[in-house]
Design a binder for this molecule. Structure first.
Ligand SMILES: C[S@@+](CC[C@H](N)C(=O)[O-])C[C@H]1O[C@@H](n2cnc3c(N)ncnc32)[C@H](O)[C@@H]1O
Length: 494
């Protein structure tokens, strides 16, 4: 179709990216249409129609339900981009449907609750690029539904809310959404909205990335029974890719998030696992790390390059031994064993790692004075954290911890005994054991925490980022299930 090609030429990858235009593989649009459209008379709408992948799938589905290939189902949509809408229109006609595509910003279309199904793949435009009048309109549209979205919300969040408002009672919402729906803080009001308003929520997750060339993990949201909520439970199914959706098993796991707006990521562990975890913590075989002690953030220097020095650099600058402190070097790659010893730190130092923290007293050596002057000359003192200190070069210390906990990892968080009694920066957390668990905790906890329950629970309490990175904040570490101290029983604590 040469005319269609000409229309595509009027578009560019940059323009498509700016309006979040990534088109949906057929396997997905057919799967969602089949789920959402249940009657030949269903009224269906697509809020960000693009080139009409969903509208075409809906036409196919409505024809099947009508039992009449010659039927010409009406199908409605909205699309901001005129060229895409024109292509979409032609595709729906070619599929034997009657398209009604409104060329408009979806957020300026007033919602009329008349649709049985709203289906689609809204644009994912990150907050940095989602600004000005479009963001304000989107936020206002969500607010009309009583949902206050943060400024950090990506465009899809408001699309979910505004789309739901077009559903009649009992209607169904079937959307392709970024997997961040399940985890990011800005999506908390969306999660709450879904649980509050729908009777049934299902998610379908993929093992593989399903959008060619787009590095976004997606989930399918299938929300049924609009206006018939709230629900406390959702179900989840997992499949390999868009093709394997066709043979998606009915086998699913159900789960109830601790709060509707809370993260849904823990549910990836599967409902059976969650039940087992709950039982283990109820029996007190496992308890939050806070049972053993307190987890806190590490030292903030304001400029690690300046304050954390390799032994060689200390020598070069000529600092006195007392003017630096033993330091677990920035980062946490070196904390993969059970303990951090003085010997290991020596070796790390020989490798050029920064194992010393610059910490001069007020009466410092001439070498320290020269180093302080150099810091001043290069503007180290103007960094916010330095500027707000009484003496900019005196980094507030946090006592060496009993154990160090890695807090940002591509695999699993690790606890390491701080045998060397080194100070630590905020690239790791410090765990300070309660008095009665000092010895046992230092000897046992790093090893005891390497069990499948504790490792899996980290995925539940932590925050998953792109690329499989897991982050654990101190308050999350507090409730992270580790084996309980062996002699700890409720009767002894009362
Ligand atoms: C991810 S694409 C999906 C297109 C189509 N639904 C599909 O699945 O193939 C998102 C579409 O939303 C459109 N869009 C972006 N912002 C919009 C807005 N505010 N109102 C309506 N459509 C919008 C883009 O032009 C693009 O066609």
């Amino acid at each position: 179709m040469p005319e269609l090609e000409a229309l595509f030429e009027a578009d560019t990858p940059a323009l498509r990216k700016a309006r979040g235009a990534f088109f949906t593989p057929e396997g997905i649009s057919h799967f969602i249409s089949t789920w959402a459209i249940r009657n030949a008379t269903d009224r269906v709408m697509e809020p960000s129609a693009g080139d009409a992948a969903f509208m075409v799938a809906a036409v196919d589905r409505l024809k099947v339900l009508a039992g009449n290939p010659a039927a010409v189902p009406r199908i409605e949509g909205v699309e901001i981009h005129e060229h895409s809408a024109t292509i979409g229109h032609e595709r729906v006609v070619a599929a034997g449907g009657r398209p009604e595509i409104t060329i408009s910003d979806f957020f300026t279309v007033s919602p009329h609750p008349v649709y049985d199904a709203v289906i689609g793949n809204p644009p994912y435009i990150r907050y940095q690029d989602f600004s000005g009048v479009s963001r304000i309109r989107a936020a206002e549209a969500a607010l009309k539904a009583g949902v206050r979205l943060s400024r950090l919300a990506s465009s899809w969040a408001a699309f979910v809310i505004h789309s739901a408002l077009f559903l009649k009672p009992g209607g169904r919402l079937g959307l392709v959404l970024p997997a961040e729906l399940m985890s990011v803080n800005y999506a908390a009001p969306v999660r709450q909205f879904l649980f509050d308003n729908f009777a049934n929520i299902q998610l379908v997750l993929f093992d593989e990335q399903v959008f060619p060339g787009v590095e976004t993990d997606v989930v399918l949201l299938l929300a049924d029974g609009y206006g018939q909520g709230p629900t406390t439970e959702a179900t989840m199914r997992l499949t390999k890719n868009a093709t394997s959706l066709a043979s998606l098993s009915e086998e699913s796991v159900s789960w109830t998030p601790p709060t509707a707006s809370g993260k849904w990521t823990g549910s990836l562990a599967g409902a059976e696992a969650l039940v087992a975890l709950q039982a283990l913590s109820a029996q007190e075989a496992f308890s939050g790390l806070q049972t053993w002690g307190k987890t806190t953030l590490g030292i903030v220097t304001g400029n690690n390059k300046y304050f954390a020095l390799s032994p060689q650099r200390v020598k070069q600058v000529g600092l006195a031994r007392s003017e630096t402190l033993l330091l677990s070097p920035p980062g946490s790659a070196h904390l993969r064993g059970l303990e951090l010893t003085t010997k290991q730190l020596q070796r790390l130092g020989q490798e050029g790692k920064s194992t010393r923290l610059f910490h001069p007293s007020e009466h410092h050596s001439e070498a320290a004075a020269a180093y302080i002057q150099a810091g001043h000359d290069t503007g180290v003192d103007t960094a916010y954290k330095c500027r707000v200190r009484k003496t900019w070069y005196q980094v507030p210390l946090i006592a060496p911890a009993d154990l160090l906990l890695t807090c940002m990892n591509a695999d699993t968080p690790r606890l390491t005994t701080n045998e060397a009694k080194a100070y630590h920066l905020n690239s790791v957390h410090g765990v300070y054991l309660a008095d009665q668990y000092q010895e046992l905790g230092r000897e046992l906890l790093p090893l005891a925490s390497l069990n499948s329950i504790t490792l899996m629970h980290a995925e539940i309490v932590g925050r998953a980022y792109g690329g499989g990175v897991l982050k654990l904040e101190p308050r999350e570490a507090d409730i992270w299930l580790t084996p309980s101290p062996p002699w700890w029983t409720p009767t002894q604590t009362h």
